[in-house]
Design a protein around this ligand. Structure first.
Ligand code: ZN
Length: 129
């Protein structure tokens, strides 16, 4: 298993980690297979989506804020239930096919770590198989 550390920049953020994943894939010498990308946090998520226009992920974060407002009739005393809900909605892992030494992603696709209660330092585990 490989682990990368990501310092997220804001309370909500979508951090493009594609280059870090690709670098670990190359240093591990993996040419073909699958990369499981997993974040072991209950207030963060992972997704694959458009990275060409940064407004897309800004819109996604805004839409999640509208779906799951920070303030609400929550019971959790830590006060970050919205972040937990967003983490569940987005999921905490993605898998990417590796073919001929490249991550198989669509033209506009990037791998994003989603921060819902930052800024913090987050771990992302990678398992190549
Ligand atoms: Zn909490």
């Amino acid at each position: 298993m490989e682990t990368i550390q990501i310092r997220t920049p804001a309370h909500s953020a979508a951090v493009d980690i594609t280059d870090q994943v690709a670098a670990r894939m190359r240093s591990a010498g993996v040419r073909d297979g699958v990369c499981l990308v997993y974040t072991p946090h209950t207030t963060a998520g992972l997704t694959i989506n458009e990275g060409a226009d940064p407004d897309v992920m800004a819109d996604v974060l805004d839409a999640l804020d509208r779906l799951v407002p920070w303030s609400g009739p929550y019971k959790h005393v830590e006060g970050n239930s919205a972040a937990h809900v967003k983490s569940i909605l987005t999921g905490g892992s993605v898998q990417v096919i590796i073919d001929a030494g490249k991550l198989v992603l669509g033209t506009w696709e990037r791998i994003f770590l989603l921060e819902f209660d930052g800024p913090r330092t987050r771990k992302v585990h990678l398992q190549f198989h």
